[in-house]
Design a protein around this ligand. Sequence first.
Ligand code: PLP
Length: 403
Amino acid sequence: MSSLPNMHDAEPIPAEARAEIDRLLQSGDLFRYTAPEDAPVALLEREFAAMMGSRYALAVSSCSAALFLSLKALGLPRDARVMIPGFTFAAVPSAIVHADCIPVLCEVGENYRIDLGDFEAKLDSVQAVIISHMRGHTSDMDAIMALCDARDIPVIEDAAHSLGTVWGGRKVGTIGRIGCFSFQSYKLVNAGEGGILITDDADIVAQAVILSGAYEHTWKKHVAHGDNTGALAEAFARWQNKLPLYNLRMSNLSAAVIRPQLAHVERRILDGRRNHDFVAERINRSPWIYVPDKLPQEERAPDSLQFNLRSMTRDEMRAFADVAAALGVKVQVFGLSSDNARAFWNWQFLPEMPELPRTRAMLEAACDTRLPARLTLEDCAAVADILVTAAEQVMSETRAYGT
Ligand SMILES: *Cc1c(COP(=O)(O)O)cnc(C)c1O
């Protein structure tokens, strides 16, 4: 086997970021509302909205903050019920609890996508929905939007890890009323921390801007561009002094790290997809491994790989992860590690803990491994070899001992 790929490091931040960071350090101008206009955060918002084709964007401290502000801007009352998939990251139900609402979990199938039967069955009991496109896996958004629109239930897209994914020709994050993205280091654009929300709804973004910490008349710095109907200025005037300030703003330094990466998004999407599909095709040939197909309407933008182990006991799955790690590829079985933040039974802060047998069964056999876009196909071949070899080794030992 050739040299082991480096599966962990992120791509270097583009060199252009340095000059801008130096300039900011020199002037000390780190706060988004100090400059009269065109602060790096404001420029990022304009560029991101243009890239996504949405009317408004608000950059904040994390995707979790964007989700929290989205719930607040929808005006949900205390104890409103908000549906999420049972397969997501703990930050998502946490944002709902933080917004004084109650997470309602629906089942997810072995292809990591929302079980539409369970979704529909629970839909009449909720006042809002957050669709987490977990690890970029996109559920049937046509069906979800039709069900929610028929009941006038607002949909927030948690596209934290889905920048660049397309559903039926539409960018994920622009399908629901609000889309939220993350710039945390494990996502496609890396600023260490950061998030952004996008929407076409002036009333929602005006509330989110004020709630995020636009005090006094700083919101005017959000109006300068693109408000040709005056809708945004009107919405701000309506909400002025009516909302608490949670101060979840983004710093200019983060925006300086993010902006030059936007030009690399398209390449990272294409390379990530190439790497994913290459490894998926190879490991799918193993009788012990199964990579679920995407839905036909989806164009993926993956920077990680999920697959299911089949016909293995829990001990064999643990042995598989150990052998793969020893060979150089770290694999996590979502449901086997004791504190995995994507296993719903570990969210012990939930006010109501559901039982989700289908989701549990999926999590107990589903594996997660990083697959950064910067890997070469040679690296990817080595990763695929390691995964197939690890499964083969564990299962041939088991069979030799006749257990
Ligand atoms: C990373 C992630 C989040 C949280 O993003 P932060 O920016 O770290 O708050 C939420 N949902 C999903 C699906 C994620 O992958």
